[in-house]
Design a protein around this ligand. Structure first.
Ligand SMILES: [Zn+2]
Length: 332
């Protein structure tokens, strides 16, 4: 049931680097899933860095075993680049002992509003599977073993931009939040023309943005395009080229317009999400119930509210929509 994904090389033989070198992506997810984030491995000379770690310790062990398969003996993973504070991008960090954990300064704040691993475990195991919330958590989070996780906080934070090197490989870190969360980081490898976008970009599924506004997420996407990348690694889903990212930005802008008009009509975010789901406005994207979360973030901006999202209430509404679609046989 836990089939380990493989590590796929995006580039091998990084320009100017001696020895085994390359950029790899570890893509565990299929469309229509939560929590299965893409991770990256950067190797140059005798140094290596990770971009994000998986949600759980067993999955992180799988990722690290795959990484060891391409690392020359004596190569250490010295740095972990955490794109943002959601657990599915960093709860495996404790497995990388002695590394420097780099994230934006605001990512520290976001970690405070997330459910803990124990709380998530309770939501999977301690809720009623005959009700929408329990059914939804089991369906999407039941595959994860949240035991034993100690959340590792960043040991180095930055604002704006931070330039690093992994061996000879230049690595630019850009703080593009608030977007998906309050403190999103995008990893740009300018010499390789690769961008690890974290959850500023999703592919195949509806976005699930906790901070926003959507225009801010779209602008982060445009910053990525301006770097003229060959490959954009989204936080979840298959790799994108520039046209794929342009399509995603157009979707974000359309969603923003829809949100404004539905907000002006006096709908609640959940009513607005239901409206778009019923309309089947974006038929190619999975998990349409997540519009509840994204529209709630957008409506907070439209209302000028700085309240924190009520994660449990939002997930309950999400679950309700998914449950109703399931019972009608319309699940995507
Ligand atoms: Zn994610």
């Amino acid at each position: 049931m836990n089939t380990a994904p493989t590590l796929v090389p995006l580039v091998t033989g990084v320009a100017g680097a001696a020895g085994a070198a390359g950029v790899y992506v570890w893509s565990p997810g299929a469309a229509g899933s939560w929590g299965l984030a893409n991770c990256g491995l950067l190797v140059a000379g005798r140094e290596a860095a990770l971009v994000d770690t998986p949600y759980t310790l067993d999955r992180t062990d799988d990722f690290l075993a795959a990484a060891r398969g391409v690392l020359a003996p004596g190569t250490g993973i010295t740095t972990v680049l955490t794109t943002h504070g959601n657990g599915d991008h960093g709860w495996g960090n404790q497995r990388v002992r002695g590394a420097e954990f780099v994230a934006t300064r605001r990512t520290l704040e976001h970690q405070c509003v997330e459910p803990t691993p124990e709380q998530l475990r309770h939501l999977v195991e301690g809720t009623d599977p005959g009700q929408p919330l329990g059914w939804y958590f089991r369906r999407h989070f039941g595959r994860f073993d949240f035991r034993g996780i100690t959340v590792q906080r960043p040991t180095r934070t930055f604002e704006g931009r931070l330039d690093l090197r992994v061996g000879d490989l230049p690595v630019e870190l850009h703080d593009v939040g608030p977007a998906h969360t309050v403190g999103d980081m995008v990893v740009h490898l300018p010499t390789e023309r690769i961008v690890f976008a974290g959850d500023v970009v999703f592919a195949g599924d509806h976005v699930c943005h906790w901070a926003g506004p959507l225009e801010g997420v779209a602008r982060a996407g445009e910053r990525i395009l301006a770097w003229n990348p060959d490959v954009v690694v989204p936080g979840h889903g298959p790799l994108l080229d520039q046209d794929g990212l342009r399509g995603h930005i157009a979707y974000l802008r359309d969603l923003s317009e829809q949100a404004s008009s539905l907000h002006a009509r006096g709908l609640t975010p959940t009513e607005a999400a239901r409206h778009l789901v019923e309309e089947d406005r974006y038929p190619d994207l999975h998990l349409p119930e997540r519009l509840v979360i994204t529209l709630a973030s957008e409506f907070r901006h439209l209302d000028g509210s700085d309240a924190e999202p009520d994660i449990l209430a939002l997930m309950s509404d999400c679950a309700e929509i998914a449950w109703q679609r399931e019972t009608r046989g319309a699940v995507r």
